[in-house]
Design a protein around this ligand. Structure first.
Ligand SMILES: Nc1nc2c(ncn2[C@@H]2O[C@H](COP(=O)(O)OP(=O)(O)OP(=O)(O)O)[C@@H](O)[C@H]2O)c(=O)[nH]1
Ligand SMILES: [Mg+2]
Length: 404
């Protein structure tokens, strides 16, 4: 057998995730592994002894979610004992690879005052794993300006943990799922692939995933997170489009487009320099939608039997433009991330974005308009529109640009 599913053949390391109930452990694990990963409950469900074990052949490590962890001496003991029991039991069943190799301490970024106590509790609970590397994950790090201060606070709190302090390897602020701040603004996913890299780095030799496999895994995760950014941006555009502002002023979409493109660029590690500035602004330039929108509107007028309110039509068109730009950007950023294209190649980029806004674009918009008008005006028209757009652009948007 030549190197088949490599994460399997080299054996996988184990990551234990601890943190108080509600800090976002499960959300984090989903962001790191994807929704389609298998979960096995271990222990008695509904008790503090329960663990959720996440694993699959295509992921670089196994993750153990300590479901009932709470900062009480008795309860945290139980949770940790469950982990020990799991290790021992699996060793009996012939799997020798069930030691804990890395611990993720989760603390909640929105409650930084509680860091010292949370870290003290978590250190106490895991003190018997004296030399296991710890990565602190600051979950729900929605506020970008607070991130560096939070990192510092975690470092300080750790410095007080005597012998345990040496286990700390890294502190990573994370947004695991797109967080809506209001109708038109959101905090995009952040820190997920950094966490994957840091975890692999501190794994013992022999359990580290190969570079190529890890890259492929991260690319898949980035794509999923990127789709969620485009989804949130599209929803925001639908809200703006539905507002009674004359849509001819397509510039009203620019802030959402910029947030969308910057969030995607950050996700794909596009550096912030002059070249990337030109790269990103040329997307907005192409997207500053008036031409695409006008084409779409006049094309739609020609379709017989379309009878929807102007505000709904505007919402669909606004959402479509932002969805199309997002899908085009994902395609382009992936090419840059994989090294196939350079961000100096502005002409190529303009081409990609233009083609995501060309004839197929009008077809997709027309399709969504039809579906909306058939559905009648539902209670939550905006949500319906956003869902239809995600289906129309998400699935096939890339193939439209893929011929470049
Ligand atoms: N938008 C957003 N919501 C989050 C994020 N992290 C956590 N949440 C929300 O916070 C709540 C708690 O998150 P969970 O992942 O269930 O927390 P947990 O640590 O697994 O909680 P227990 O299983 O009870 O121990 C859920 O409503 C999540 O949707 C995030 O990064 N973004
Ligand atoms: Mg959970």
């Amino acid at each position: 057998m030549e190197n088949a599913k490599s994460f399997e053949s080299v054996g996988r390391g184990n990551v234990l995730v601890i943190g108080n109930s509600g800090v976002g452990k499960s959300t984090l694990i989903n962001a790191v592994l994807g929704e389609d990963v298998a979960v096995t409950g271990w222990g008695t469900s509904g008790t503090t002894d329960k663990l959720d074990i996440y694993e699959s052949e295509s992921i670089p490590f196994r993750i153990i979610d300590s479901v009932g962890f709470e900062p009480s001496f008795v309860k945290e003991r139980k949770a940790i004992n469950a982990v020990k029991k799991w290790s021992r039991n699996s060793a009996k069943e012939g799997c020798e690879d069930n030691k804990i190799n890395v611990i993720w301490f989760c603390v909640e970024g929105t409650t930084s005052k509680l860091f010292p106590k949370a870290i003290k509790d978590l250190s106490r609970a895991t003190a018997m794993w004296e030399s296991i590397p710890v990565i602190v994950v600051i979950t729900k790090s929605y506020s970008a300006p607070e991130r560096s201060r939070n990192i510092e606070m975690v470092n300080n709190a750790f410095a007080n943990q005597k012998r345990y302090a040496k286990n700390l390897r890294k502190v990573i602020p994370v947004v695991a799922a797109t967080y809506r701040l209001n109708d038109t603004a959101f905090a995009a996913p952040e820190g997920i692939t950094e966490l994957i890299d840091a975890t692999n780095e501190v794994m013992p030799e022999g359990l580290k995933a190969g570079e190529k496999d890890l890259f492929a895994f991260k690319l898949k995760r980035k794509r999923a997170l990127a789709q969620s950014i485009v989804g949130a941006s599209t929803t925001a555009a639908v809200a703006v489009g539905a507002a009674p502002i004359p849509f001819a002023d397509a510039a009203i979409l620019a802030p959402i487009e910029i947030l969308e493109i910057n969030s995607l660029a950050q996700l794909y590690g596009i550096k912030k320099d002059e070249d990337s500035k030109r790269f990103l602004s040329s997307i907005v330039e192409v997207g500053t939608a008036s031409i695409a929108a006008k084409t779409a509107i006049s094309a739609l007028k020609a379709i017989p039997g379309i009878n929807i309110a102007a505000s709904v039509l505007n919402a669909v068109i606004a959402g479509s433009i932002v969805a199309a730009i997002g899908e085009g950007s994902i395609y382009a950023f992936e090419k840059v991330y994989t090294g196939e294209k350079s961000i100096a190649d502005i002409d190529w980029l303009k081409n990609v974005i233009e083609s995501s806004l060309s004839s197929q674009f009008v077809d997709k918009v027309a399709q969504v308009v039809k579906e909306v008008s058939e559905n009648g005006v539902a209670k939550d028209t905006s949500k319906l529109i956003a869902d239809l757009l995600a289906a129309a652009f998400g699935a096939s948007g890339k193939s439209g640009a893929a011929n470049q």
